[in-house]
Design a protein around this ligand. Structure first.
Ligand SMILES: *Cc1c(COP(=O)(O)O)cnc(C)c1O
Length: 391
């Protein structure tokens, strides 16, 4: 049988396959591999959330199909959180839709807006789902390079007029994966004008909106005047509450965009397990939320400091990221990102992610995920110190 659709056959080759294979071989040889590749929180979901789930899973009324539009209680909890945290007022009926993890909504939004031949503006390097969703919907990707000299913000003036005119969606993600960059209100305001001028929808991926350091607090795109007219924002409980495996997120913002996504979803999925939605209510409304988040930020900040300090000692000039849980650093001269990652694995047993895996403009960089404990992280950095000189 070989009748797969073009959209499956044309999927880009899995860039990490080669690294994964090398890791397996090293582990089989008995190497103590330290994995700093994947951005999946290593600490558990907080107890107060797990306890609510234990209760909700036992209630038989939660075992049936959830309401199509999502549980009112969960949407109200998200609205309450946006009001408290961002000063943004949301109508739970019209401006919020629960998602089976934000990745799901990010992948599906293109199906709601992008017709074959339309263009989506996609940051590069970036989370691969923006581009894949675009291609699946039959759209074309116009890359927006994120360059260090522009603080890893796209230069909207660089987007060719003809492409901007054909564009339907503009994807953004701040705090940013993989670069750790943040966006100012001024930049977001510039995006609002650009979107209004070209009549497009901004899709802001805010997966890391609670992971920030040194008194910096990420802003919501919806805080920006006019933001709600032209934007949908994707939120996730995955990174905020160490809940990547639970699959719960949400989209908020412009009511027609939310309605389109909701209408699409009701035709292909039947929503989120009610017990998980009630647990989401607990995550946002329990008074333990903020103390837990403070602790989480401290945990990642300390890990960040270990990595930044060590890289500087070896000769890297890098700034400490103000948000997200990654360190994005240039590879030493003479290496491609994939060569450097392979070299590092072979010499030290430490696995990091090659920047090229996030797009062509990720070439020349590698990403360290701060998702192992301090002791292991220090061990990894000590090994790197012994093997690498940065030139
Ligand atoms: C982890 C991550 C997500 C994902 O989340 P889910 O809600 O778990 O689907 C979305 N965007 C970016 C940039 C991420 O790093």
């Amino acid at each position: 049988m070989d009748c797969t659709a073009k959209r499956i056959r044309l999927l880009p080759r899995y860039l990490f396959a080669e690294i994964d294979k090398k890791v397996r071989i090293a582990q089989e040889k008995g190497v103590d591999v330290i994995k700093l590749g994947i951005g999946d929180p290593d600490s558990p979901t907080p107890d107060y959330i797990v306890k609510r789930m234990q209760k909700e899973v036992a209630r038989s009324e939660n075992h049936t199909y959830p309401p199509d539009e999502g549980l009112a209680e969960f949407k109200e909890a998200v609205a309450g959180y946006y009001r408290q945290r961002h000063g943004v007022k949301l109508d739970p009926q019209k401006e919020i839709v629960p998602l089976i993890g934000s990745k799901e909504g990010i992948a599906h939004i293109s199906f709601c807006f992008t017709d074959p031949g339309d263009i989506n503006l996609v940051p590069d390097p970036g989370y691969p789902v923006y581009g894949i969703g675009t291609l699946f919907a039959g759209g074309q990707v116009q890359l927006m390079p994120l360059l260090k000299e522009k603080n890893f913000l796209p230069d909207l003036g660089d987007i060719p007029e003809e492409k901007a005119r054909r564009a339907k969606l503009l994807f953004l993600n701040y705090p940013n994966n993989p670069t750790g960059a943040i966006a100012s209100r001024d930049f977001f305001a510039e995006v609002v004008s650009f979107a209004k001028k070209h009549d497009l929808l901004v899709c802001h991926d805010a997966a890391y909106n609670e992971i920030a350091f040194d008194d910096y607090r990420p802003v919501s795109f919806l805080e920006i005047p006019g933001g709600k007219d032209i934007a949908i924002e994707f939120g996730s409980l995955s990174k905020t509450f160490n809940m990547t495996g639970w699959r719960i997120g949400y989209a908020v913002g412009n009511s027609s965009a939310v309605e389109a996504l909701y209408r699409f979803k009701t035709n292909i999925d039947s929503g989120l397990f009610k017990a998980i939605q009630y647990t989401g209510v607990e995550a946002f409304t329990n008074p333990q939320r903020e103390p837990f988040l403070q602790e989480l930020r401290t945990l990642y900040r300390r890990r960040r400091d270990i990595v930044v300090k060590a890289l500087r000692e070896i000769g890297w000039t890098i700034e400490a990221p103000k948000a997200a849980f990654y360190v994005w650093a240039p590879v030493p001269e003479g290496y491609t990102s994939q060569d450097f990652v392979a070299f590092l694995l072979e010499k030290t047993g430490v696995v990091v992610t090659p920047g090229r895996g996030f797009g062509e403009h990720g070439e020349g960089y590698f990403r360290i995920a701060l998702t192992v404990d301090e002791k292991r992280l220090q061990e990894a950095m000590d090994r790197i110190k012994g093997a690498v000189k940065f030139k």
